[in-house]
Design a protein around this ligand. Structure first.
Ligand code: SF4
Length: 557
């Protein structure tokens, strides 16, 4: 079997020599091997490719010189030795000169593969292979498109499952579309390869091509209801198109970044869930994941109960808010989540004053939202924070939430509906985890950290946005006998800078509310106000915002 990676790969030509091909598009469990044999900053697809070849002992591969990463993969595999490895040079244009150039490349590949197989080219096999090849389709029913850079099969399937509707893969290597050759009998091989080169280059161009105007065809479909635009970590080709597309298309669009592992799906599902909810759809077509009845807290679903509860299951704390039928908050609690979201939620319910039996409906949100068996439903924290903030103050149009392991900025309209959101869930910088780490380094409590920076004198700057490097910067400032209030102020400024970047990406609209554990940090809040030029509204209990939103959804059920 010959592995290939790109829609411009002449797989029908290989089929003409009896070759069987398959698209290499699997995730990797990790990149340990790839990072041993190549550079750590190789794009995640290239690393997954090396992992696959190594794990499956693949012996034959045809690559297209798409980018530096693909060329590095070729170098590594060629050095290791494979039965058949070939890199085809692909022009960036679709004009007469480039068609002739590609034809020459096809002739070279045909010679190399013919020599390797010892077989002659079979026109019938070549023609027949066009029927077997998957062709990009034009959906004639409502659908969501996954566009942009290549997405791994497993992540695509997960997203399609989460949308619960027709989801079409329109990423770079999925929208392959070639017409069948006609009158092959009368054509010689040279003419066939000339036609074939033109056919390959006449596909809807990918972002590597210099003329990408026809890419508009991908999103010009009346049945298109939304776009999830995929970018691949460390891949530059697809970063730019999103910004243009966002301004052009009339359907909702959101951007995700994937890295050819499944590990990142947990965070991804929140983004996609928030996007689906902003389109008025459920965030999880599959609903809760833990089997019902596993919990010690019985889900009595008694319509008689006069209260509704929301659980915000975060990585650090679990917050529960209980409201009555008039929407009044009648009880709330915050506990450490601990190792299991389920146990965290149980502890929270045990700590509530209002007995479980009087609660008729429960909605969960936060990272653990799909892992709480006694919840009746789950909604992403994007939509719950929007609902909770709007409930607390309906003048709010922007919400800044700094949680335990992510920070997010959400913009809402005059009715409290989510208009747009951005998240920083890729790294701990700028999150509660970052502040906890720095409190540990400075040997103080998180409460002390939240105010000590207010008495700063020397305006120090912590340049690194990465928690690890910021820690070494703090250690060297301590070694330089810099005062602790000045160091903490420097840290507050770096968190504020990260947060205000998110605000500028979503667009600042007044009034602005800050929620989450990070809102308790007066130093950080002050620095954010300085950067965005807006006085922040901070609710009495900023941790509770998501849980209040979830309780309101429970009441609406
Ligand atoms: S970006 Fe273009 S050339 Fe590169 S793999 Fe995708 S389709 Fe092929």
């Amino acid at each position: 079997m010959i592995g290939y990676t790109c829609k411009y790969t002449p797989i029908e030509l290989l089929a003409g020599f009896g070759g069987e091909t398959f698209l290499l598009n699997d995730e990797a469990d990790n990149f340990d091997y790839a990072q041993r044999v190549s550079h750590i900053n190789l794009c995640s697809h290239a690393k997954a490719l090396l992992e696959y070849v190594n794990a499956h002992g693949l012996k034959e591969i045809v690559l297209v010189n798409c980018c530096d990463s693909t060329r590095r993969v070729y170098d590594v595999l060629a050095e290791q030795g494979m039965d058949f490895i070939y890199m085809m040079d692909l022009p960036h244009e679709n004009n007469e000169c480039s068609r002739q150039y590609l034809k020459a490349e096809l002739l070279k590949l045909a010679k190399a593969y013919g020599r390797y197989t010892g077989r002659k080219f079979d026109y019938e096999l070549f023609a027949a292979s066009f029927d077997q090849m998957q062709r990009a389709s034009k959906p004639m029913q409502d659908f969501i498109a996954i566009a942009g850079g290549r997405i791994s099969d497993g992540v695509f399937d997960k997203i399609a499952e989460q949308t619960g509707m027709l989801t079409v893969n329109m990423t770079c290597n999925a929208n392959r579309c070639l017409d069948k050759p006609q009158n092959l009998q009368s054509a010689d091989f040279d003419e066939v390869m000339e036609w074939y080169a033109a056919e390959l280059l006449s596909q809807i161009p990918c972002m590597r091509m210099s003329d990408v105007a026809r890419r508009r065809e991908l999103t010009e479909n009346p049945y298109l209801k939304g776009i999830i635009y995929n970018t691949v970590k460390f891949c530059d080709y697809y970063g730019f198109e999103y910004e243009n597309l966002r301004k052009e298309v009339s359907v909702p669009i959101t951007k995700i970044e994937t890295d050819f592992t499944m590990q990142s799906y947990g965070q991804l599902s929140t983004r996609i869930g928030g996007f689906l909810e902003s389109m008025g759809m459920s965030s999880s077509a599959a609903g809760g994941s833990v089997a019902k009845g596993e919990s010690k807290v019985e889900n009595t679903k008694n319509k008689k109960g006069k209260y509704f509860a929301g659980i915000d299951s975060g990585s650090t704390t679990t917050n529960v808010a209980v409201i009555d039928r008039h929407g009044k908050i009648v009880d709330s609690v915050t506990v450490r989540t601990g190792a299991k979201a389920q146990r965290g939620a149980e502890k929270a319910f045990e700590a509530l004053k209002i007995p479980r039996s009087e609660i008729s409906s429960i909605v969960a949100t936060g990272y653990g939202r799909n892992n709480i068996a006694f919840a009746d439903d789950s909604v992403t924290e994007i939509t719950c924070h929007a609902k909770g903030a709007y409930y607390i103050n309906d003048e709010i149009r922007t919400i800044i939430d700094i949680g335990g392991q992510d920070s997010k900025v959400i913009s809402i309209d005059e009715k409290g509906n989510v208009k747009n959101f951005v998240m920083n869930d890729k790294c701990a910088a700028g999150t509660g985890r970052f502040l906890e780490n720095m409190a540990r380094v400075l040997e103080m409590s998180i409460d002390e950290l939240s105010t000590i920076g207010l008495s700063w004198h020397e305006d120090l700057t912590i340049s690194s946005m990465c928690t690890v490097f910021a820690e070494s910067e703090v250690v060297s400032l301590i070694a330089d006998n810099k005062s602790v209030p000045d160091i903490v102020h420097g840290l507050n400024k770096s968190v504020a800078a990260k947060t205000s970047n998110l605000v500028s990406r979503v667009g600042l609209a007044s009034r602005v509310m800050m929620t989450g554990g990070g809102a308790r940090n007066k130093g950080v809040a002050g620095c954010i106000e300085d950067l965005i030029g807006e006085k922040l509204i901070i609710p009495d209990n900023p941790d509770l915002c998501g849980a209040i939103g979830a309780a309101l959804f429970a009441a609406g059920r």
